[in-house]
Design a protein around this ligand. Structure first.
Ligand code: NI
Length: 256
């Protein structure tokens, strides 16, 4: 009944996928969406989705991989989106943290993939790091491309930013940092976001939730994030889990 809306099963740290999948199913996680970073990981996501019934995938080019984003890469990504288990274009966005980065190239790749997502009727999974203002400006300027919706993955911003994203109809996804001992601002965001706009994810293999920080993350830990969310919102875990699963199915329409 738990759902991990953003993970990277294609990552070599999670390469024993039989075990990774078994462990999360045993922990009550019924769906894991593999988000891609480039054409190759989009294709790997498709292979995983064909192998495991609980795995779905996104296809897209991550801002940190836009140096190699050319027509050929984009064509390979485009071809995958008609797959019955391709539920999103993602992850896409802006990242001004890892240097060197090319802002113009990232922005172009982001907008062209947003445009494409609209064409094929898929939601987008958005990555935003050290780029909040540019992100908000681009999303507002391109609001017409958000007709199939989207989610800000691993949200780490302020209540004010969350409000602007919600005004654009975007979901807010919570990851491991919600459970960290030093979590502060994100707790206010979690109280603020309406229950029916919340999603949960691990972004595994990164950002392992408390008390497993330091270990490799996996979708098996997503219940910890959901439990923390339910606790902040003072609602029953089962009820919150059902709500988040419903939210995921509303946004990612191909989920079964
Ligand atoms: Ni990610």
């Amino acid at each position: 009944m738990f759902v991990d809306t953003h993970c990277h099963l294609h990552d070599e740290k999670l390469n024993d996928t039989d075990t990774v999948v078994k462990e999360y199913l045993d922990n009550g996680v019924s769906i894991a969406i593999n988000m891609a970073c480039c054409a190759l990981t989009s294709e790997k996501g498709k292979e995983l989705a064909e192998k495991y019934s609980s795995v779905y995938f996104g296809a897209g080019c991550h801002p940190c991989d836009t140096a190699g984003f050319d027509e050929n890469e984009f064509d390979r990504i485009k071809k995958l989106t008609s797959h019955p288990k391709c539920v999103a274009v993602g992850e896409i966005g802006l990242d001004y943290y890892w240097e060197p980065y090319d802002k113009d190239k990232q922005i172009k790749a982001f907008i062209s993939q947003m445009e494409f997502a609209k064409e094929v009727g898929l939601p987008i999974s958005i990555h935003c790091r050290n780029s909040t203002q540019d992100m908000l400006n681009i999303l507002k300027d391109n609001k017409a491309k958000l007709t199939s919706g989207g989610v800000m993955h691993c949200f780490s911003g302020s209540v004010e930013t969350a409000r602007e994203l919600l005004n654009l109809g975007l979901y807010i996804s919570f990851a491991g940092p919600l459970t960290f001992k030093n979590a502060n601002a994100i707790l206010d965001v979690a109280s603020y976001v309406p229950n029916d706009m919340c999603l949960t994810e691990t972004d595994s293999p990164y950002l392992t939730p408390h008390p497993f920080r330091g270990k490799v993350n996996g979708p098996k830990y997503v219940p910890l994030i959901l439990q923390k969310l339910a606790q902040i919102k003072n609602i029953d875990v089962d009820k919150m889990a059902k709500q988040v699963l419903q939210n995921a199915k509303t946004l990612f329409k191909k989920l079964k």
